[in-house]
Design a protein around this ligand. Sequence first.
Ligand SMILES: *[C@@H]1O[C@H](CO)[C@@H](O)[C@H](O)[C@H]1NC(C)=O
Ligand SMILES: *[C@@H]1O[C@H](CO)[C@@H](O)[C@H](O)[C@H]1NC(C)=O
Length: 343
Amino acid sequence: MSTTRTLLLVCVSILYYSIHGGCNKIGVNNGLMGDNLPPAEEVVTLMQNNNIGKLRIYKAEPLVLKAYANSGIEIILSVANFQLRNISSSQEAADKWVDDNIRAYYPATDIKYIAVGNQALEKPEYGMYVFPALNNIELAVQKAGLEDKIKVSTTHGRAVIPISFFPSKGAFSDSVKDNMRSFLQFLEDHGSPYMANVYPYFGYLENANISLDFALFKSTAPIVRDGLRIYNNLFDALVDTIYSAMEALGFSNIPIVVTESGWPSYGSGENGVATMENAQTYSNNLIKHVLSKTGTPKRPGKSIETLIFALFNENMKGGDETERHFGLFYPNKTPVYPVNFSP
Ligand SMILES: *[C@@H]1O[C@H](CO)[C@@H](O)[C@H](O)[C@H]1NC(C)=O
Ligand SMILES: *[C@@H]1O[C@H](CO)[C@@H](O)[C@H](O)[C@H]1NC(C)=O
């Protein structure tokens, strides 16, 4: 191929990605558990000014969906867990959800994925509704003629796959294995990604063998040798553990989207690692890593579609103090710590 033609192709791809919000951009999660968060139009501007290209919204709201029209920002829209039951038992409810929240705004608002529930499969009160709700939403998307444009999935947390010291030994926990098989078949049939919330922070806290440097992308030497694969960061090890778990059930072509990852900048002293400095190190190294073409040892050469949790500190979140300090920005839109969103 001639150089001119190669150059042309590269430019066309760059143009394509800039129109579509971009494979080359980091995403963020817009949690809503705060009573002091800025209105959607201000969030759009904040994201555009920082070159943040993707946003996950936890709850469909008309003003929010409208604010992102023609913004150049790709949206992952969630069906909230509390809506799963109705949508699982009624195709009409699913059709209505898609009419109200997708058809009313698409394509001006660039909705790329629908996440049907958040970590719902691993929660006893929601688990049974996930799969039927997923199927009903998929059918509603097909009726709208959007199945090639908008992919339907659900997010998973760390409970479905126990951490494995060797990523190649990754396996789903027995409690979800049966459900997982039909779920993965659904993803494969519809070209949908597996959505994973991946937190080296919790991996570090819950596993005495993991070093802080490994969790923060600061190890310079190999930490885990898994056959021929070498790991020097925990993020890659966790992502590849999921690929291995899918492969163990016979699915090797489903891509992973990391719907959440982050590190708290302040908190009640759990091992003293929820610090400003560690959060800054983690966020900057994560962005640099996932936007590079390094990929993971099992899937080298591809950037990893990733959304950081979270855009803002959320003052109404319950639980440990750290839960209220995962944000990249304060609600007044000043940065919690400096982050380079387009390294
Ligand atoms: C579920 O459906 C019932 C009957 O249509 C309705 O009254 C209720 O508000 C719905 N619940 C939710 C959470 O949407
Ligand atoms: C920690 O490392 C030791 C020694 O390598 C190993 O025997 C043990 O199983 C590991 N523990 C965990 C939780 O991975």
